[in-house]
Design a protein around this ligand. Sequence first.
Ligand SMILES: Cc1cc2nc3c(=O)[nH]c(=O)nc-3n(C[C@H](O)[C@H](O)[C@H](O)COP(=O)(O)O)c2cc1C
Length: 225
Amino acid sequence: MTLAIARSCLMPVSIHSGKSVRLGDACPDYAELVATLIHTRQQRAPRRLLSPGPSTAQMTAYFEAAAAAPDHGQILPWRFVVIPPQSREALGEVFAQSLLERDPGASEQERAEARDKAHRAPFLALAILREDGDGHPEIPLAERLISLGCALQNILLSAHADGFGSGLVSGQSMQTLQLRRLFALDDNESAVCFVAIGTADRAKPIRQRPAPDTFVSTLQERHGR
Ligand SMILES: Cc1cc2nc3c(=O)[nH]c(=O)nc-3n(C[C@H](O)[C@H](O)[C@H](O)COP(=O)(O)O)c2cc1C
């Protein structure tokens, strides 16, 4: 079943009527679809993401999916900046400059490689977190970051549902002044990672994910306290 069918199957009950509904009742194989989407998504390096990328309508749908992320206090503590083709050169310059800061002796070829990274993947956007200073001290940094993580996952899964490959990339340029300037970050904002989307150039085995018993335990009742 495609996500479009799943959506059409769910919308009449869950969105249009406003009534809550058990997803499994509304659409019996919805759970299987979601599990398949989650477990087959995988990180793809931007250099492996080729054209075609998502259409404008698809990108809009991905950002609508981001807006469905949990958001304690509904403060929208994050934003995205899309980097269109005409802005890739400026981003490449930031990558080259930050390489030079780390390694003043970087060769022309190394600087060209740094610049080239900005031209990978047909869709590229920077995820930006607002850390504080917005009148919501009750929402700590961890909760803000979780909300952004959920937004990112919604984007990745939506792109995956459309058949695209995707990846998150950070790296040493994220915290540089040049990058902050290019994206006009406010003092209370930080650049978290880039999200890249495109057509994967080849298949890649899905990594073995950790088993739940490696990260889940059960709280034991404690006596005598
Ligand atoms: C905030 C964030 C930044 C990331 N940055 C990078 C990166 O710079 N380079 C990279 O190869 N992977 C990056 N990743 C992706 C992880 O490496 C990837 O999710 C992990 O290897 C697990 O692979 P999977 O997503 O295919 O399960 C990043 C992930 C997150 C959440």
